[in-house]
Design a protein around this ligand. Sequence first.
Ligand code: ZN
Length: 413
Amino acid sequence: MLKINATRLQQHFELMSLIGKIGETGTCRPTMTSLEKDAFNLAASWMKEAGMTTRIDHFGNLIGRLEGTDPALPVLMMGSHLDSQPYGGRFDGVAGVLCAIEVVTTLTENNIKPKRSIEVISFADEEGWRFNKGLFGSRGILGKLEAGELQRTDKDGITREQALRDFGCDPEKFKESEYKPGSIFCFLELHIEQGPVLDIAHKPVGVVSGISGPLWLTVKLKGMAGHAGSVPMPLRKDALLGAAEITVALHEIATQVPGNPTVGTVGTMNVFPASRNIIAEEVTFTIDLRDIDLERRNRYEKQLMERIEAITKKHGLTYSISEDTNSAPRYCADWMKAIIQEQCTALGLEAPELMSGPFHDALTLSYACDYAMIFIRSKDGISHNPLEYSSYEDLALGTQVMYGTVLQILETK
Ligand SMILES: [Zn+2]
């Protein structure tokens, strides 16, 4: 079988890692910034070398397109994201974009002219930390943005709308950038696992069975400020104490059945007025709850609500909860998983099937078309951390699997 170029692939990773580089191996490349624009320009230059036309749409997605001989056919879409966490690594998201470009480059080099057009996308704001809501670009192209999204602000008070305009996008033209129902044939995303399953099993490549849906909540507790030296303990309404107890409660709920894949996290906490000698009056924090089993997740959410009710009552606090994201688990297409498995077997790889705890752009695409994901082993399961590491050998293997998969889809579907 025709081979992808592992040396070129590695070079692309190394060049991309220089944009927004922090420390030796870290990346900070926030969405809709000049850093992401630099990353887009670099990726676009490789897309062009692969014979693709490129554009940035009004949601801030970079799209490369290899026109098929029958452009009316629904497209085969691949992609991921080039934005990163503020303290992230070199592979999250980048892998899915660069490997997809390598796949198309190999097709072109071998003079393969597909009937179906192929698109490679780097989706805008997958990570979601800047405006506290992710998967922006992938939801955008499917007409799934929610009311008020453009008014969300980042920590500097810049609205999403402003960031989009500064990036050269025009929110008034969103409609032009949407994909019509049925226009995407299938979606394929290669991604690093970001967990330890493949590393523990000593397998370079895995086939994803589905993505567990995240529930994102923002909780605001309100108590009463007071002098830390004078207000007696029984009279306090300490919002931070309530937040701490809810954090522990979430941990207890998520771990109640050992071995279950349920995960619960409080990741940020804002304390007001944040003075060492004032009892905290207001605390706002985020909750992230995930499970592959939606029924169980809903049950746990209910338990959490009961605990929040009891804890705030105990400490004399009032509270409000807003739901930022609520996605159900989504399963990969059996026919695509079968093709990926066939390609793995052809390369002598035994690829375990595993769930994805993190969400990906594929989660959004799953509502528009069949989808599949290829996972690459993450060393020690570390991700969202500069120490995140996947070997170039593993990445090349995964890309070869992806190439074979794309060829087989083009030939048979
Ligand atoms: Zn990612």
